[in-house]
Design a protein around this ligand. Structure first.
Ligand code: DGL
Length: 282
């Protein structure tokens, strides 16, 4: 009996604390989460994968995105022996969190629940907005997560097709982005929300534009920091073996698309830690 318990409880325990944490997104969006993880868990090795050859995920079906997420996770385990996986993408979290948690033996952390916790903390009126890709909003993942966390929250959701493309082009502050934001954010403005959850990891890069449209009284909530806190909590409570060595930290950056573009724009968005981007072809 004891043996069975030990076997089961160890199934989700990584064997090597010196392993890297795998983080992935369709492209640059997950860099918001990677940045927060570098700041909060600076001693941890990291492997970041941006699937820029197949971005955007937002208009794709949940089944297709789930297939991508499974493929990336299997590759991260095989090629990089990661000790945990962070799905730094709302669309992929909505599509694949449950499937990945059931599929692999390392902890898998998504961005939806951490974002919901932050948004509930941020609102005073109880009126919260969530913006995300068409697939994320259509999946109902946020609607379910808020209903489970606090049924009293009045939630207004809006899909923002086109936002991700602005970020991937490095156009985070343009007039065109502002015009699009004015149109797409109308439902959450009309709903008089006082907290707006950026339910796509690309959107924090558009925070200035979004904030100009929403006004200063609305708090923008990003799931990036809260997700990094969730990873740290997992390390503290032993679900994820924290790295104890103080030796050099390894950070690897991999892209399925154009490596030079990923390095140039990625550095601009994340900082100097992003260097030596490697190519991965499916
Ligand atoms: N950053 C992603 C998300 O959080 C994906 C966006 C996309 O590729 O459309 O949903």
């Amino acid at each position: 009996m004891l043996l069975v318990w030990v076997t089961l409880s160890c199934a989700k325990w990584p064997s090597v604390s010196d392993g890297a944490i795998g983080v992935f997104d369709s492209g640059f969006g997950g860099l918001t989460v990677a940045r927060a993880m570098i700041d909060l868990l600076p001693q941890e090795h990291l492997v970041y994968f941006g699937d820029t050859a197949r971005y955007p995920y937002g208009p794709r079906s949940l089944d297709e995105v789930r297939g991508f997420a499974e493929q990336i996770t299997d590759w991260m385990l095989r090629a990089h022996d990661v000790k945990a996986v962070v799905i730094a993408c709302n669309t992929a979290s909505a599509a694949a969190l449950d499937a990945l948690q059931a599929r692999v033996d390392v902890p898998v952390i998504g961005v939806i629940e951490p974002g919901v916790v932050s948004a509930i903390e941020a609102t005073e009126s109880g009126r919260v907005g969530v913006i995300g890709t068409v697939t994320t909003i259509g999946s109902g993942a946020y609607q379910q997560a808020f209903a489970a966390a606090d049924p009293a929250i009045e939630l207004t959701c809006a899909a923002c097709p086109g936002f991700v493309e602005f970020v991937e082009r490095g156009e985070t502050d343009s007039d065109q982005a502002l015009i699009l934001a004015e149109r797409l954010l109308a439902p959450v403005i009309d709903a008089k929300v006082d907290a707006l959850l950026l339910g796509c990891t690309h959107y924090p890069f558009l925070a200035r534009t979004i904030s100009r449209v929403m006004g200063r009284s609305v708090t923008l909530v990003s799931s990036a920091d809260e997700t990094a806190f969730a990873v740290r909590r997992a390390a503290l409570d032993g679900r994820l073996a924290a790295r104890t060595s103080t030796g050099a930290v390894r950070r690897r950056w991999v892209s399925s698309g154009d490596v030079a573009t990923f390095e140039r724009l990625g550095r601009q968005l994340l900082g100097d830690e992003l260097a030596n981007v490697e190519a991965h072809r499916w």
